[in-house]
Design a protein around this ligand. Structure first.
Ligand SMILES: Nc1ncnc2c1ncn2[C@@H]1O[C@H](COP(=O)(O)OP(=O)(O)OP(=O)(O)O)[C@@H](O)[C@H]1O
Ligand SMILES: [Mg+2]
Length: 262
């Protein structure tokens, strides 16, 4: 784990930091505290899984950390720079430069080809649309022969590989994935996990993935457990059985571990 200085892939040693992040959905009578004072620090070049019961705040955590939603309190720092605060336009620009996002339902644009979907983030960020780079990335995810296909001509696993290529093409500091294997069969899920692992091991990216699946979580370097909007535990070098066991006892952990960690 690199703790200080610049890393071999550029950027700082700490890719993501959350400090006291709190998010309340809704107002007054129907207010739900989805995140309650969450602090965490993730070193560059690590793969972290986030797990917890339905409604525990996993997606809210990812959305706030990725700049797709704003916390009510607390700070988010990406690569040492604060993302929270600032205008909507500044937040969007920051996100486009430094963050990649992969969704469970792919979120590809149906009228664009595979190549066009992949180059779209470059266009939106006002960067040169380097088709050679996009072709390389699509080759890496095994779609070199599908550049001109549209999403409805692809399988679910292939669509998710386009989404991964789209997330990788801007060379973001952090890639967030919310249940990226949730809609896929075991084999396609395995391919997606291998690609996320490769983004970390070969390209020095930092990946944060929400998952319900202990098998998917076991691809990560560590797992953070959420319950009731709070971080309630972590596991390094997770195994499938170890994760499943911890999940089954998550209720017991809620009040037994410190609620914030750095
Ligand atoms: N837009 C919203 N308005 C009101 N409440 C919301 C909103 N989004 C989420 N919530 C609530 O916040 C809490 C956390 O939701 P979140 O989607 O982050 O959970 P999750 O852990 O991702 O769950 P799942 O595993 O089902 O995807 C839940 O109680 C949810 O009902
Ligand atoms: Mg969710």
């Amino acid at each position: 784990m690199r703790r200080t200085g610049r890393t071999e892939h550029g950027g700082t040693a700490e890719a993501l930091r959350l400090v006291g992040v709190t998010k309340v959905h809704g107002t007054a009578d129907n207010a739900v505290t989805a995140l309650d004072d969450v602090s965490l620090s993730l070193p560059t070049g690590t793969f972290t899984a986030v797990m917890g019961p339905s409604g525990s705040g996993k997606s809210t955590l990812l959305q706030c950390a990725a700049g797709l939603d704003r916390p009510d309190r607390g700070k988010v720092l990406v690569d040492g720079e604060e993302m929270t605060g600032g205008s909507e336009a500044a937040l969007t620009k920051f996100r486009r430069q430094r963050i990649g996002f992969v969704f469970q339902q792919y979120n590809l644009l149906p009228t664009l080809t595979v190549l066009q979907n992949t180059t779209l983030p470059l266009k939106l960020a006002g960067r040169r649309v380097d088709k050679g780079l996009a072709r390389d990335v699509l080759g890496r995810v095994g779609l070199a022969g599908r550049l001109d296909h549209r999403p409805d001509q692809l399988s679910g696993g292939q669509r998710q590989r386009v989404a991964i290529a789209r997330a990788l093409v801007t060379e973001p500091r952090v890639i967030f994935a919310d249940e990226p294997t949730g809609a896929l069969d075991t084999r396609s899920a395995g391919e997606i996990l291998r690609l996320l692992r490769e983004a970390v091991d070969v390209h020095g990216r930092t990946v944060v993935m929400v998952t319900h699946d202990p098998v998917a979580a076991s691809s990560a370097d560590s797992v953070r457990f959420l319950a009731d909007g709070r971080l309630v535990g972590r596991m390094t070098d997770p195994t499938v059985d170890g994760v499943a066991e911890r999940l089954a006892h998550l209720g017991d952990l809620v009040h037994s571990e410190p609620r914030t960690e750095v």
